[in-house]
Design a protein around this ligand. Sequence first.
Ligand code: IPM
Ligand code: MN
Length: 362
Amino acid sequence: MKIAILPGDGIGTEIVAEAVKVLKALDLQFESEQALVGGAAYEAHGHPLPESTLNLAKAADAVLFGAVGDWKYDKLERALRPEQAILGLRKHLGLFANFRPAICYEQLTHASSLKPELVAGLDILIIRELTGDIYFGQPRGRRVAVDGHFPGAEEAFDTMRYSKPEIERIAHIAFQAARKRGKKVTSVDKANVLETFQFWKDVVTEVHAQYSDVELEHMYVDNAAMQLVKAPKKFDVVVTGNMFGDILSDEAAMLTGSIGMLPSASLDRNNKGLYEPSHGSAPDIAGKGIANPLATILSAAMMLRFSLDQAEAADRIESAVRSVLSAGLRTADIWSEGTQKVSTRDMGDAVVAAVRGASVKT
Ligand code: IPM
Ligand code: MN
């Protein structure tokens, strides 16, 4: 097994270091190699996704990714901005299926901004299509308008598009995932306005014919945004396009109390994947040792389960995380009265100890 480790920017380096510690504590046989990505790679090599980093990711069985981005790069031309690194990895590795679970841990029910009874036991899975839609659609650019409300004015444009096979493959993934859980898929679209999403809805409905044991519901994205805060537990698997999935997954993450708890997996057609926390690089708290490493540690667990065929090791990490939470250890983002505030490193050490079978000391 070969794992490419790409910590990136901001808190990325701190949280990935903790996840690597946890992986090493499992005594599995794996090789790993680290490389720069994002702003850090731009500083060193003049590009956010250098050839060498991309090749390392391509050659590996899985990629463990931290986060990229910093406001200080906002003025760079788009192709050189840190975000291009993650977009480039998704595109070049064909990582079209993005799994973003939103699970409310029992111990953190009170950390949510919603009433505890709305989120207690919440376990939903957002499946976001990750290599299509307006994110990658061509053409895009700037030009002088020849029509529209202001002919002759400067304008910018992007293209929203999905091909049938792109929708079919993500729909199959969603129905298959639902089969292993609550057997319900909510497909989120904007079919009332957008041709792309009427097509999305039609294709998902067609694929559903092969999954009669799974319930399919269609929902407009604006309503989905509302239902997610009104009655989030009514969802099981949500499948949607790249942009709606970006937005709804942040919203769903917040239901659980902290985006600092949520892992994600981005998979290709062969279950090779890139694993990263759902949160970003948080430059405002970088270097302070207060970031929550649990989302990255849980991403490492997803990596073991999905790409490396080590489900048992993944279980060990996940139960270790539950036991440190039960012992009352909290990083600042999930801290509440009566719990113990710990640093990024202390949290990582506690998970390592729990993985090794020690009972968690507070
Ligand atoms: C995410 C992020 C990225 C996205 C950015 C950093 C390009 O917000 O992974 O959700 O929009 O996909
Ligand atoms: Mn996002």
